[in-house]
Design a protein. Structure first.
Length: 288
């Protein structure tokens, strides 16, 4: 939660649980809905500025020192697996996580990612936990638990065949224009409305793309052979994003239909992904 945000934008976990419970049968179900959205990376979270406590072996794992700043808002805390344990006290907006975290690695450009070691045992406790309300609303809409807000309703689709050409006042058209010759009619083509030019479609936005490029840059620096292996680079990006809840699927697959409801499902072919990577400036860490 950076900058000047309001309690309305970032309610406490207890308040957000009560909000979600209005759309579910019980508070228990509301908690499950929130945890599912958090685990998928669809709901952003934060805690009090000094509300994160880290307990671990700092001598064996020196990079734990940056965990105080790096772990705030990071999604790994909410992902469920057999190697970690998570407990949430909804009434006090308090979260306790324990797992094999040995620290964080940073690329010096604002990107960081957790490092796990089976021999490590670290606990994180966060107080004053808050969720981004807009993300929660979008998640409820995606699940069908809440109607889409009117402002976000999709515009009505227009059938080009039903579009009538604009009418022109006869007084403003001279006789030559009003009665074209047969040659001019032949050039104009068959009668009917002219085809509409569709606007240019913006590239698909991929969540956490800059972070994925930071990880790919790190691997390219350690594996020089990757520079000339675009397919392998694409696979590295797909795996990294998948571990963080962002799924890239083939545009022609059945899974691609779910992208309309889930912003973390990206319909993109391997060739399109390779072009996206090729269009990234790894020196400036931005699109070329």
């Amino acid at each position: 939660m950076t900058g000047s945000t309001t309690n309305t934008d970032w309610p406490l976990a207890s308040a957000e649980l009560a909000f979600v419970a209005e759309h579910t049968d019980t508070k228990q179900r509301a908690g499950e809905v929130l945890l599912d959205g958090l685990a998928k990376g669809l709901i952003r979270w934060d805690c009090d500025p000094y509300g994160l406590v880290v307990r671990g072996d700092f001598r064996a794992n020196p990079s734990l020192k940056i965990t105080f700043a790096a772990a705030r808002g990071h999604g790994f805390i909410w992902r469920r697996d057999e190697h970690s344990r998570l407990s949430v006290d909804w009434s006090t907006s308090y979260v306790d996580w324990t797992g094999p975290l040995s620290g964080f690695q940073a690329d010096g450009r604002g990107n960081s990612w957790p490092i796990f070691d089976p021999c490590a045992s670290t606990s994180l406790t966060a107080s004053g936990v808050r969720f981004h309300h807009g993300d929660v609303v979008n998640w409820l809409v995606a699940l069908g638990l809440r109607p889409r807000p009117p402002a976000e309703a999709e515009p009505a689709k227009v059938n080009p065949a039903e579009v009538k050409p604009a009418e022109v006042e006869p007084a403003e058209v001279n006789s030559t224009e009003a009665n074209p010759t047969e040659a001019e009619s032949a050039k104009a083509g068959p009668a009917g409305p002219r085809p509409q030019h569709l606007p240019h479609r913006a590239p698909v936005e991929i969540p956490r793309w800059a972070e994925a490029m930071g990880e790919l840059k790190r691997q390219r620096e350690h594996r020089l052979d990757l520079v000339n292996r675009p397919t392998e680079q694409a696979r590295i990006v797909i795996r990294w994003l998948s571990d963080r809840g962002v799924e890239i699927v083939e545009s022609s697959s059945k899974r691609a239909k779910d992208a309309e409801l889930n912003p973390n499902i990206i319909p993109l072919s391997e060739r399109q992904l390779i072009r996206r990577i090729d269009g990234w400036d790894f020196k400036l860490m931005r699109p070329k």
